[in-house]
Write a protein that binds this ligand. Structure first.
Ligand code: SF4
Ligand code: SF4
Length: 352
């Protein structure tokens, strides 16, 4: 079980340029596998462009109380990058003047940002249709200042989306750390207790599944049925939807692939499962992602690789709806993770 981020361990893979170098060389440079660009060119989908901006995803910081094995953010307690109140204020201005219908707060653990509650209170006055917080659940138990989060979420009608890689303790703790499963179960019960995840209740509670190794997720709706059956029978827990997400070959998952000697096999799996029909549904076609320091990206993954958006301006303080609503998306080989099989996005499968 890992205890520190790649950043803290001073791993070369903590540098985005090293990850991009890895993804550009080897099997992609020697022509064994086609690059993502040539693959989408072959189905007349290059260049990939946005359609409109409907979702604003904000990364409130890389600090987290967990150090999960496959974290694409390389988050952990040792990360100090946190969005300032000033940058949050720029984001509020953008929400007011753009037509985004979904606001998606992520991290790290977004709740660890000292201005998290202030921001949620301000943003929830702006009439956002779907206000998501990606909560790792265990944060509620990490300190007594977080114990009332389920009620705080309810008060602001937050849509809670939480990772839960399996309904068994062994598989969950292996990926997310010792003790994570038990705490997650307690918090899911607390969320159910205030109304989250119950049938016919508008307080949305969705769970996220991602595979524990170098393989693709199974069928999303079949897994949802299994998760629902098991969590209800064993822990009396209910939730709305299961979102199945493919692990992208970046950051700690890329490190895991290389260390376990699975990198080439995994890239073969992604390329062989390439689904041209999933390309137009990838999340960068309707999302803009904002980093903790206010830079703009096509998605959270590009953010971690420091591939900024195409456009004359690239910072939230210079936001220009027209410019970003029709932009060419920056791609690399990691994008194969979004187009394999049923496709994958922060909202789960792109198609079934
Ligand atoms: S809880 Fe989420 S952000 Fe934190 S280490 Fe795990 S995957 Fe990364
Ligand atoms: S990784 Fe990002 S840029 Fe690439 S296809 Fe996925 S969402 Fe789009």
């Amino acid at each position: 079980m890992i205890k520190e981020s790649l950043h803290k361990r001073e791993s070369s893979l903590s540098y985005p340029e090293k990850q991009l170098e890895y993804l550009a060389n080897g099997i992609f440079k020697n022509g064994e596998l086609p690059t993502f660009k040539s693959k989408i060119e072959a189905s007349n989908q290059y260049p990939l462009r946005t359609k409109k901006i409907e979702i604003l995803q904000l990364n409130l910081g890389y600090m987290c109380n967990q150090v999960c094995e496959h974290c694409h953010v390389d988050a952990g307690p040792d990360r100090k990058e946190i969005m300032t109140k000033e940058t949050m204020a720029y984001c509020l201005e953008v929400i007011k003047k753009s037509r985004v219908h979904t606001l998606d707060l992520t991290g790290g653990a977004p709740e660890m940002n000292p201005n998290f509650r202030w921001f949620v209170e301000e943003a929830s006055k702006l009439g956002i249709k779907d206000f998501i917080v990606r909560s790792n659940l265990t944060i509620v138990k990490a300190n007594k200042k977080y114990h009332d989060l389920p009620l705080f979420f309810k008060e602001h009608n937050i849509h809670v989306v939480s990772s839960m890689p399996h309904w068994t303790k062994g598989k969950t703790d292996k990926q997310r750390g010792d003790g994570v499963f038990d705490k997650s179960i307690q918090v899911l019960q607390e969320l159910n207790g205030v109304g989250y995840g119950m049938p016919n209740n508008e307080l949305r509670l969705d769970l996220v599944y991602n595979p524990s190794g170098a393989f693709l997720p199974g069928n999303q709706s079949a897994m949802e049925t299994e998760f629902k059956k098991s969590l209800l029978a064993e822990f009396n827990i209910q939730f709305h939807n299961l979102l199945a997400i493919t692990n992208l070959p970046i950051s700690r998952f890329l490190d895991y692939l290389i260390v376990s000697d699975n990198y080439e096999d995994y890239m073969y799996t992604l390329v062989e499962a390439f689904n041209p029909a999933a390309v137009q549904g990838v999340m960068c076609t309707n999302t803009l992602s904002v980093s903790w320091d206010g830079w703009l990206y096509d998605c959270d993954f590009n953010q971690m690789l420091e591939l900024k958006v195409n456009g004359k301006t690239k910072h939230i303080k210079d936001f220009d709806n027209e410019q970003y609503a029709d932009r060419e998306i920056v791609i690399s080989q990691h994008c194969y993770g979004c187009t394999a099989g049923a496709g994958s996005s922060c909202q789960g499968s792109v198609s079934q």
